[in-house]
Design a protein around this ligand. Sequence first.
Ligand SMILES: [Zn+2]
Length: 491
Amino acid sequence: MTSLRGRRLGQAALLLAAFVLPAVSAYNSNGKRWFDGSTTFYTGLPGISPSGTHWSAAFEAAMQQWSDKTSFKFIANKDYLNPCNSYSRSGTGSDFPSGPGDLKNGVDFRSTVCGNDWGSGVLAITLTLTTSGQFGFEYLQEADILFNDTYKWDVYSGAKNSKIIDFGRTALHELGHALGLGHELTAKAIMAAQISDFNELQPDDIAGAESVYGKQTLCRITTLSMNHVIKDSLGGTDCRVNQLFGGGSDDSFVDVYRLSLAAPTRIFVDMRSPQMDAVLVLTDSKLRELDIFDDYLGSCNAHMDKTLPAGEYLLLANTYAKPAKCGSNVGSYTLTVSDSQPVLGETRTTSGVASAATLISGGASADGGLTYPSSFTAQDSITVSAHLALDPAQIGQNGKIFVLAQLSDGSQYSKNSSGQFVPYHGDLSQMASYKSGPLAAQEQVDIIQKLRAEGGWLAGLGFVVYVGYALDSKPADIQYGSEPIRFNITR
Ligand SMILES: [Zn+2]
């Protein structure tokens, strides 16, 4: 991502009757886009051309050409809308009128640019308002098209007539601006800055729209499994944000994950990196941004705790285009996804060997899992539980599950197989186990059921609870969540 700017910008793009610009590049996607890949124009401008075509029909035909030949979709609303709604003269020397606009797209002939002068040789203009996104491009919010009615207009095909301007190709050009394209300076194109003998979209115009709105195949999408750990990295040949979104200036690396939810689900996602500033971006299946998670509790990690409706989502593991802190903008990361409880950090082992594919989640709640606060009152009924999703290679092996609670008064307890907490004195080999036997793919661990501290000795204490397991083949190598469940009970 890039840093956030929220300002709305007004911009005007002109079509000139005759003007030659220096050659620079192929189609210009301008870093502007509509969120949805579509927008609605109010097409009910009145009047009929000298050759008998209604201006509205010619305008809709131009919209249709973009919709038919590119992935962008123009939608026609046949009502009339004054394109200068909420715009007025902004004074000499400015090409954009003042005012907030109305966030709707209108089209008409005008003798001024909503009060401003047309300037010499300007046939038509598209006025756009945008809002800044966080991925290196502007989101378009409004586009109005004005035709200069001091010129003579008609609808015709073939070679241009410099005395009578073809409305259709001018509309095609302005609609190209309206969908986010800039001027094409070299290739033969409707989006050239000057009107030409072309009256239909050219391959370069279509390529320009497709670069922004076409199906993006550059970025691999990995399907996420719930309650799993992914270890990956950003950098090298990974996809970049501007490849994923088809434009813009954000060249930060991004890995793309698909998340499918069959029912409304509360999900917990953690992205951690020892080398870079981790950023998680949640979008819908069409890459429309829904939320951004960054700097969890002041760390360099990203943490998401959100209840989502059933549906398809994309989760972007991202970092910054320019690293500002937390080291670099390339490096390894772990991504964990849980649909039950907060993820208890990366799984570590007592021997220092990283556990590849185990996810341990857990939390303390007094409201049936709606919230996992870190502080409770003595009157709360507290339930603490955890969930293990095991490394597939370890499923079915004999092992033991451990629960260790450290209290702020210095005492420590482990939970035994009868469900009692018994004192623990620091010798791992002597620690009581909660369960022993063959390990299942998913293990539910009930740590505390409906505890009320009121009147008892637990009020006023802090609790740190670790959950882990070990294989009988390596009994000293306990694998545990690196972040324990922490909470306190106030008096
Ligand atoms: Zn133009």
